[in-house]
Design a protein. Structure first.
Length: 516
């Protein structure tokens, strides 16, 4: 029997009203398996809406095809502990466009809660959320998603407990091999190196480049021999990635060769003792290098200055060398603290070049003291704002995860009210989760900006959206609530604060639903 007749009857009941036309039991569910849902305590109106939805879905889905015993298709797996209806429908709304940018946070929260999506939501998620956005979400999608993906190639998912596969490494797509390599770098680095060495000569150039880029975040001394071989690759991008990896290994032969080239090009004057030496700063003298030979070029020293840089050739060669040396090296070499060396470097004729080189070095070799000093020395300089923001962003992102929030607090503390645009732009460019302290620090600076007579930020309408995506939910809601009470309708920042509040409220609801 067609489902159109039951739907027509349900529409008639809705038109008359449930008081005049009660809902018959035979119309409540199109299939007896759904009766358990009807047993829940709910209003007559809710039952009517659920019945209409069930009949509509049943009509759209059609009839299940009979399965032959010889088909070999495995049974649909047990679903496991399913999340609440509210949580599942929220992700459906997000996939359809409502605050879609919060999907990553939603998946992370759902994974922490140990619940899986109900099967009827999976096709929507697998169809409309690209694999890169749901990478690592296998536990949330559950075994049902793996079962579905085996029958639909575009629905590839990470299995909840993905295992390394030698066969997949040899025969899989580039995407599959990259996923395997990233997993191997987490659980079995010896195997990851064996894989690379086994197929390296046969791998196409784009694959070799992608594999080296995937290696960089976890590069370690045991990778040195492989990276040295890659320095002789035919493709320039592969050679550059190999040199970058070796630059992050301060104990490597590559690092020793770089220090030999630097030699005594940088010299810090001796510290003067006695009364005459009090208050005198040490001076840094610089001798520019000669043209890089073939060995230096093999190690990644580019002879030609990029067209985007206004820099002499010899200064460019020096910048590349200094950028590969751990900043702590200079303190050890000259017997000084970081502040002394940085002050001396920024008092030379090459202060801008050295600030950039030391920043690159601190990104390659994160050091909390140096990172904090460099952050303070970048803020408020009379330079291209984008250059400033890029340097600060890289310093923060390179720091260990547990230090990033503290480094951002240092940055915000180094700014003044008239630098509010810098703070906003920087916080917008960093995909970091803020703790309560960082959220408070950002709002302190916002309040200064709103109250300051000299501050006129030109685009407030959407300027707090990124804050709302990353701030501590409870702290952000409290601070925004105070400002909303203070600044009435018509204020320049009213719209931005209201949007901030809406996003934070949405995130709060996500958290509550995923804990039920």
């Amino acid at each position: 029997m067609s489902n159109s007749a039951p739907l027509d009857k349900l529409a008639g009941i809705a038109t008359l009203g449930t008081r005049r036309a009660p809902l018959p039991k035979d119309l409540q569910w199109p299939d007896e398996s759904l009766a358990a849902v009807g047993a829940r305590e709910q209003s007559v109106e809710a039952k009517l809406l659920r019945a209409a939805a069930a009949h509509a879905l049943m009509s759209a889905a059609g009839a299940r095809a009979a399965q032959s015993p010889e088909s070999g298709v495995p049974d649909f797996p047990p679903v496991g502990a399913v999340m609440s209806d509210a949580a599942a429908w929220r992700v459906a709304r997000m996939v359809s466009g409502e605050h879609r940018y919060l999907l990553g946070e939603w998946f992370a929260l759902a994974a922490a809660g140990g619940r899986v999506l109900p099967p009827h939501i999976l096709p929507l998620v697998l169809d409309h959320v690209p694999p890169r956005e749901r990478r690592g979400a296998g536990a949330v999608l559950g075994p049902a998603a793996v079962w579905l993906a085996a029958r639909h190639p575009d629905w590839m998912v990470d299995a909840p407990s993905m295992e390394l596969s030698d066969q997949r490494w040899k025969e899989g797509s580039l995407r599959e091999r990259l996923a395997d390599l990233e997993l191997a770098r987490r659980v079995d680095r010896v195997r990851s190196r064996a894989w690379l060495l086994t197929t390296w000569e046969q791998d196409p150039p784009d694959a070799r480049e992608a594999f080296l880029d995937a290696l960089l975040p976890t590069v370690e001394p045991a990778d040195e021999e492989f990276l040295e071989q890659a320095l002789d690759d035919k493709r320039k991008a592969v050679r550059q990635s190999a040199a970058e990896g070796l630059s992050r290994l301060p104990g490597s032969a590559h690092a020793r060769r770089n220090l030999e080239r630097l030699g005594d090009l940088l010299q810090l004057s001796a510290e003067k003792g006695g009364l005459l030496g009090l208050g005198r700063k040490r001076k840094l003298s610089i001798e520019l290098p000669t043209a890089p030979d073939k060995a230096a070029q093999r190690d990644g020293i580019e002879p030609k200055v990029p067209a985007s840089l206004k820099l002499g050739e010899r200064a460019w060669w020096l910048v590349q060398m200094v950028a590969r040396v751990p900043p702590r090296h200079w303190c050890e070499k000259f017997g000084c603290d970081a502040q002394t060396f940085l002050d001396a470097a920024l008092a030379t004729d090459f202060k801008e070049e050295l600030r950039g080189a030391l920043t690159d070095a601190a990104v390659r070799h994160p050091d909390r003291e140096w990172s904090e000093l460099l952050v303070r020395r970048w803020v408020g300089r009379d330079i291209d704002p984008q250059v400033e923001i890029d340097a600060l962003r890289r310093l923060v992102n390179a720091a260990p995860a547990e230090q990033r929030a503290a480094l951002l607090e240092v940055l915000i503390g180094a700014t003044r009210g008239d630098h509010f645009g810098l703070v906003t732009s920087l916080l917008q460019s960093l995909g970091l989760s803020w703790n309560a302290a960082l959220t408070n620090a950002a709002f302190d600076r916002l309040e200064e900006g709103l109250a300051g007579t000299n501050t006129n930020y030109s685009q407030p309408r959407n300027s707090l959206d990124e804050w709302a995506k990353h701030c501590d939910v409870a702290t952000g809601a409290r601070r925004a609530g105070v400002l909303l009470q203070k600044y009435a309708e018509g204020h320049t920042w009213r719209n931005a604060l209201e949007q901030f509040n809406d996003i934070v409220a949405f995130r709060a609801a996500m958290r509550e639903e995923l804990t039920k």
